[in-house]
Design a protein around this ligand. Structure first.
Ligand code: ATP
Ligand code: MG
Length: 569
């Protein structure tokens, strides 16, 4: 019995990721009075990408799971790169992913507290104003094996430091002329302890505090303290911050000095980033793509941004499914984009309405079908979920079918349309191809066939076996549409690794193909963005945000794996 219980407990442990294990251990020890508080801390300097979604799922996910809270905190400490446009888009994207923050905070809410703390450190001889250029400061850093060189300004008097720090903030000093540095240890093996910069001068007005401040705290001087001010218990971030953790703890120790040492403090825990093949994820590079019009905005469906995936027709569930698949570890990895696509197919297979669309049309005429006859045929909305019902589709004498579905001289294994061969028209009849017309350049202009009225889908006599089933739309009833086919944005698997090439040179020139001569069934006339459809035998599609009744536009979310090979087997 005891053994069994231990087994269950250890199995249960295995199902937890390493962060959840730490949290459960903290809870069992009664740490932080059983309180769990996380935060998601984006810098509002760009739109969120799928990498951020991984952090969001964790920050909000553990808070939900352990009855804690997760706050949204904008790390708005660099006004030259930040904007309210980003603040708004970040909130929209988190909400779309299905998460609710407890409160919205801004690092700029703490500018006064951080300033006071910096002044305290100056007074204690733990910070100084350096007037060297950033190049000089960088040169003096040393290397991990060689100690750095102390700045000539390192030992200036406290009063002078206080006066200069004031001037850094009053606008009297030019950007780049002075910084405030922590006076720690220029020989410390951790490079982050070699007198890190705490404040620099930025004269661009701030989107929230205007021109009140000219001296702005660096990430390392703002992040940990902000966590502490808010009462964050677990500060989850990506692995590159591991080397920052001692400095994070150092500033919190300094901040807590003189207070109850048992006071709660945030614990930084690092996990691996999400990196996707054929993609770049750095906000700087994504911004370049947008600014140089190499894509059509942040929500271009080829972008790895949350709004790009949304416009392309991904669901929050598909993205979350993928993030669960890859998990959280301590090891950097490059995640295969085809795994994301597989998660998306799996999700859309369950929810997409099956419809007919012809992307590369050629006319098929059923010569023995009456000229004026129209039949309403039943099309099942989703064979994976019959509760979704069905809709009607019109059938008539002239249909559009895919050009690729016809061959005049076909090889033996071609089970689609070719003279003398029978195929089934989906939801309709078995037809037999009788020939075709061609223009002077040998292009097929019309295909002819006859139908067998006894083979209507669903009728008892329709058991006759034919190898191919083709989709079609009725010429008289179909609606013209534009269809946008997206492919990978980059030609190489890991664009960030090609150090000797500019990432712009690695863009896939065929990442967008626009088809303007498509036809879709009438049922799609009233569709809206984020409705999900399967164009049968082709792939999953969603209406673009620019789609209107007069000009239908569809984005391909993801293709069907092995499209016609599967259907014709
Ligand atoms: P970039 O380097 O592209 O500018 P960033 O990390 O600076 O991105 P932030 O806005 O600071 O972007 O990120 C907010 C949070 O999202 C941070 O906690 C960060 O660790 C996390 N995050 C960013 N990119 C990824 C990623 N690719 N995978 C997982 N988490 C990420
Ligand atoms: Mg950052």
């Amino acid at each position: 019995m005891t053994n069994n219980n231990t087994d269950t407990a250890s199995n249960e442990k295995k199902r937890l990721n390493f962060i959840e294990q730490i949290i459960e251990e903290d809870l069992s020890k009664g740490k932080n009075d059983g309180r769990i508080q996380t935060r998601f801390p984006p810098e509002p300097n760009g739109y969120l990408h799928i990498g951020h979604a991984k952090a969001i799922c964790l920050d909000f996910g553990v808070a939900e799971k352990y009855n804690g809270v997760c706050n949204l905190r904008f790390d708005d400490t660099n006004p030259s790169k930040e904007d309210v446009e980003y603040v708004d888009s970040i909130q929209e994207d988190i909400a779309w992913l299905g998460y609710k923050w407890n409160e919205v905070f801004y690092a700029s809410d703490y500018f006064q507290q951080l300033w006071d703390f910096a002044v305290k450190l100056i007074k204690e001889g733990k910070a100084y104003v350096d007037e060297q250029t950033s190049e000089q400061i960088a040169e003096q850093k040393g290397t991990p094996t060689q100690p750095g060189t102390e700045s000539p300004y390192r030992n200036r008097p406290v009063e002078e430091n206080l006066a200069l720090f004031e001037k850094m903030n009053s606008g009297e000093i030019e950007e780049g002329k002075m910084v405030l540095r922590a006076k720690i240890d220029m020989a410390n093996p951790n490079m982050h302890f070699r007198d890190p910069i705490m404040y620099r001068i930025i004269k661009t007005p701030h989107h929230r505090t205007g021109d009140k401040w000219k001296a702005y705290p660096m990430y390392d001087f703002a992040h940990g303290q902000s966590d502490y001010f808010e009462g964050v218990t677990h500060s989850l971030c990506t692995l590159e911050f591991t080397v920052h953790r001692p400095l994070y703890d150092y500033f919190i120790d300094e901040l807590k000095e003189g207070r109850d040492l048992e006071d709660h403090r945030p614990q930084q825990i690092e996990f691996n980033r999400l990196n996707l093949t054929y993609t770049v994820m750095s906000k700087r590079k994504l911004l370049t793509l947008v600014k140089e019009n190499l894509v059509n905005g942040w929500d271009d469906p080829r972008m790895p941004t949350i709004c790009g995936f949304r416009r392309r027709g991904y669901t929050p569930e598909a993205i979350k499914k993928f993030i669960t698949m890859i998990g959280y570890t301590k090891f950097e990895a490059l995640n295969d984009i085809s795994m994301l696509e597989a998660a998306c197919r799996e999700d859309l297979n369950m929810r997409a309405t099956r419809v007919s669309a012809v992307l590369n049309p050629v006319k098929l005429i059923i010569t023995n079908y009456p000229e004026d006859m129209v039949e309403e045929l039943e099309a099942v909305n989703n064979p994976e979920n019959l509760a979704e019902g069905s809709h009607m589709i019109e059938f008539s004498r002239e249909l559009w079918i895919e050009r690729e579905d016809f061959m005049e001289d076909a090889p033996k294994k071609f089970f689609r349309m070719t003279p003398g061969q029978e195929v089934r028209l989906k939801n309709a009849y078995i037809v037999k191809c009788t020939g075709c017309d061609k223009d002077e350049n040998d292009n097929i202009t019309k295909i002819y066939c006859t139908y067998d009225p006894d083979t209507k889908s669903g009728m008892p006599a329709s058991n006759r076996k034919v190898k191919g089933t083709l989709h079609w739309v009725s010429c008289r009833h179909a609606i013209p549409a534009e269809v946008r086919l997206y492919d990978r944005l980059f030609m190489v698997e890991n664009p960030s690794e090609e150090k000797d090439k500019d990432f712009r040179e690695l863009l896939n020139p065929d990442s967008l193909k626009v088809l303007t001569n498509c036809y879709v069934e009438k049922y799609l006339l009233d569709c809206k963005p984020m409705d999900h459809f399967q164009f049968q035998r082709i792939g999953y599609f969603t209406p673009d945000k620019d789609s209107t009744k007069d000009r239908l536009i569809f984005n391909r979310t993801v293709s069907l794996k092995d499209t016609w090979a599967k259907i014709n087997k």
